[in-house]
Design a binder for this molecule. Structure first.
Ligand code: S2G
Ligand code: ZN
Length: 455
């Protein structure tokens, strides 16, 4: 046990209680051992700096922990690491309307930031199902995407400044909220998406934008997977989409069962598209819908008539993840360029049908930005470990298809522990070597989130 930790943190800022280690030592990923040696709750920058220096001196390994909503094991401590929770660094420190910048501690919950923006007649557009629990620091660590990427981009696009503590204890103030800054490498963008392997994100300058005009939601029934892209093309020509999501009938079944809600359309349909757009372009959206209907790409549809109805339609999509979790799904979070989607979809479907004839396969995701979530549901009669091994063993075939399409084996959930062995399907050997070299520059003693992203 490291006594130095107890000198650095007050007794109420450190725990070795088994229930605390079990709680803070993991995220939402299943299948990995959870075995931290301690969890600490820093409350200020100086404690993090001293902790990093202590870790370098005494060989401690540190795992950053935010909202613990991760899905690739990025915040799992399985080998005696010290979990560093940002639960107590959760304040919004400053807001400047002239710059539309909010200075946040890493532990600010995403939804808190979203609500802060609304209270100041502005908008923070990065949104996803777990925003009520996820921390801004974790969103930055994985460059979180979510449901509005098609119009607003990803977390990376909204971070104007970052305060980080590197793995060697240096404090960096990256970019300081500037719009323009042409003074060399933008280190901010190295830390965004680094999954806690280069250092800690401590504070961020977050950009806000003008609130969108009122939005309308359409939910369409699409019989054929590949026609979803024809519908996307038609709608994109007609309106400015703020979201273009899809999900399968099986996903809807699981949400309906979990939430006890009715069908959105009269009859079942193999796939559904949920799209959102500016109310002012309703006529154009309706015209595009009629065209899709005439082409047979769509067989039915519903248009939100109220905010409440829009929210209930969105819930059918956003509740999928939670509704599937009782089935311990083996998750894939893959992306290809939208132009490559049709052929990729065909190939993946052929693979999935051939490889998993006996498994229930659940499709959903952000097809508008090329991101598919493929969840293989664990059969009741199959042991979890056996199921995981079976799926993990077949993953290379799926990732071969991703590689052929120059896609990503992890579109938004990060690599963490779960996808680490498959990084080579998306990144070249020279890229991986350079990432290892960068890790050595920022974290020379390999104390930061060991085993995640890079082996
Ligand atoms: C989504 C949420 C996490 C999951 O619903 O878009 O990113 O379960 C997912 O896949
Ligand atoms: Zn997603």
């Amino acid at each position: 046990m490291c006594e130095a930790l107890d000198q650095l943190f007050a007794s109420n800022q450190i725990s070795r209680r088994p229930q605390d280690l079990a709680h803070w030592g993991k995220d939402r990923t299943t299948g990995f051992t959870v075995a931290p040696s301690a969890v600490v709750f820093p409350q200020q920058l100086s404690e993090i700096v001293e902790l990093v220096k202590l870790a370098n001196r005494d060989g401690l390994k540190l795992v950053p922990s935010g909202g613990r909503t991760g899905l690739s094991g990025g915040a799992v401590a399985s080998q005696g690491e010290v979990v560093v929770s940002f639960d107590r660094m959760h304040r919004i420190l400053d807001f400047n309307p002239a710059d539309r910048l909010v200075r946040c501690q890493a532990g600010v919950v995403t939804a808190t930031l979203q609500n802060f923006a609304v209270d100041h007649d502005l908008y923070y557009p990065v949104d996803f199902a777990s925003s009520g629990s996820s921390h801004l620091g974790g969103n930055i660590a994985t460059n979180a995407g979510g449901i509005k990427v098609i119009r607003y981009g990803l977390t990376r696009d909204w971070i104007a400044g970052l305060q980080v503590v590197t793995g060697s204890g240096a404090v960096l103030e990256c970019n300081r909220g500037l719009v323009k800054n042409a003074t060399g490498y933008d280190l901010r963008h190295l830390f965004i998406g680094s999954e806690g392997t280069l250092g800690f994100v401590v504070e961020a300058d977050v950009r806000l934008t003008a609130a969108p005009e009122p939005q309308r939601v359409m939910l369409l029934g699409v019989p054929k997977f590949r026609d979803i892209l024809a519908v996307l093309g038609q709608l994109q020509k007609a309106v400015s989409l703020s979201a273009f999501e899809f999900f399968s009938e099986l996903a809807l079944d699981k949400v309906r069962a979990a939430r006890d809600v009715g069908r959105p359309l009269t009859d079942p349909c193999p796939f559904y598209v949920l799209l959102e757009f500016d109310e002012s372009s309703l006529a154009a959206a309706s015209h595009a819908f009629e065209h899709c209907l005439a082409e047979g790409w769509v067989v039915d549809g519903v248009l939100s008539q109220s905010d409440a109805q829009a929210a209930s339609l969105w819930a059918l999509r956003e509740d999928i993840s939670e509704s599937l979790s009782p089935f311990a799904p083996y998750k894939s979070d893959i992306s290809v360029r939208v132009r490559d989607m049709p052929g990729f979809l065909d190939d993946v479907n052929k693979l999935v049908d051939a490889q998993y004839p006996e498994f229930e396969i659940c499709w959903y995701g952000h097809i508008g930005d090329g991101n598919l979530h493929l969840n293989i549901l664990k059969p009741d009669d199959l042991d979890g470990e056996a199921f995981y091994q079976l799926c993990h063993a077949i993953s290379p075939k799926l990732y071969e298809l991703v590689a052929i399409n120059h896609g990503s084996i992890s579109a938004e959930h990060g690599v963490g522990l779960l996808k680490r062995d498959f990084l080579k399907y998306s990144r070249s050997a020279s890229e991986i070597d350079l990432m290892r070299a960068l890790k050595g520059v920022f974290d020379p003693n390999q104390i930061m989130n060991p085993g995640k992203l890079l082996v």
